[in-house]
Design a protein around this ligand. Structure first.
Ligand code: PLP
Length: 274
């Protein structure tokens, strides 16, 4: 629990839920993945606040891209700050053993606080925090979200199996990665702008909010339901269709989506530079 004497330095693209946890403390924001701005902020707050904590996502939820975790970790250590990583989209999906984006960067034993959700790869609701015993204990008694919420439902027992399956059935991650490669190639062949994604979250960046809404409508007519993401989910000029793949998608499913995007592109010219 950060208070008036503390400061959180957050990447501008972190998920909205991060801000809910920052009401009682000081917050500085730095442009997405900008190491120069982060370092400037760390220097600026170094002698002003008791606890300084940098908060980033492992996988950014709208772009599907990764944080510059290694460099950010080095900077936080250099300036005596803590590092918290929300790896909601990475855990269970990315990394050799499914431990997430943090595993890709070999930082599992280095990050001070890891948060994750049970609502994505684990197929449930709720979330978790991984930290040193003294931090975990402190949160158990001080975190309002922990103290004032009711217990999970019996269905949470399924989570134990979900956790085991992440270790026991890596083939799902391999199939998912395979699907991602195939789908991304198809989108790039159509000259669509998929940004910096490095995960199964794959945006098709269109820019204009109106065109994005129309694209979503045409996709639905073609039998493909997608999320149109506009402001305030992303900045006003950065509207996009956000798609996420699953291991259980088949080539037929993916081809159907690619064909639908081809059709939408013919109708609306959503490809790069058009
Ligand atoms: C990066 C990130 N963190 C946290 C959350 C919150 O997860 P939940 O919806 O399970 O509370 C989300 C949800 O989309 C997310 O994308």
């Amino acid at each position: 629990m950060l208070k008036a004497e503390d400061c959180a330095i957050v990447d501008m693209a972190v998920h909205a839920s991060v801000y809910e946890g920052l009401y009682e403390t000081n917050v500085k924001r730095f442009p997405h993945n900008s190491l120069i701005h982060l370092e400037r902020a760390l220097v600026d707050v170094q002698s002003k606040y008791l606890t300084r904590i940098v908060v980033i996502d492992g996988v950014y939820s709208q772009d599907g891209g990764l944080s510059k975790m290694e460099e950010i970790y080095e900077l936080t250590k250099k300036y005596g700050a803590f590092l918290m990583v929300d790896d909601a989209h990475g855990i269970g999906v990315l990394g050799q053993t499914g431990r997430g984006a943090i595993e890709i960067f070999s930082l599992l034993d280095k990050i001070d606080i890891i948060s994750g959700t049970l609502s994505k790869a684990f197929g449930h609701i709720g979330g978790f925090v991984i930290a040193k015993p003294e931090v975990a204990n402190y949160l158990k008694f001080q975190s309002r979200q922990q103290v004032f919420s009711s217990t999970s439902t019996p269905a949470a027992a399924g989570l134990l199996k979900a956790i085991d399956l992440i270790d026991e059935e890596p083939e799902w991650r391999i199939k998912l990665a395979d699907n991602v490669t195939y789908y991304k190639k198809g989108l790039l062949d159509l000259k669509l702008d998929i940004g910096t994604t490095a995960s199964p979250i794959i945006p098709i960046k269109i820019g204009n909010a109106h065109k994005t809404g129309n694209a979503a409508r045409l996709l639905l007519e073609a039998g493909v339901y997608v999320n149109a993401i506009v402001y305030p989910g992303v900045s006003r000029k950065d509207a996009r269709i956000r798609t996420s793949l699953m291991a259980t998608h088949t080539r037929e499913h993916i081809d159907k989506v690619l064909n639908a995007f081809e059709y939408v592109n013919q109708r609306l010219q959503i490809a790069k530079g058009e």
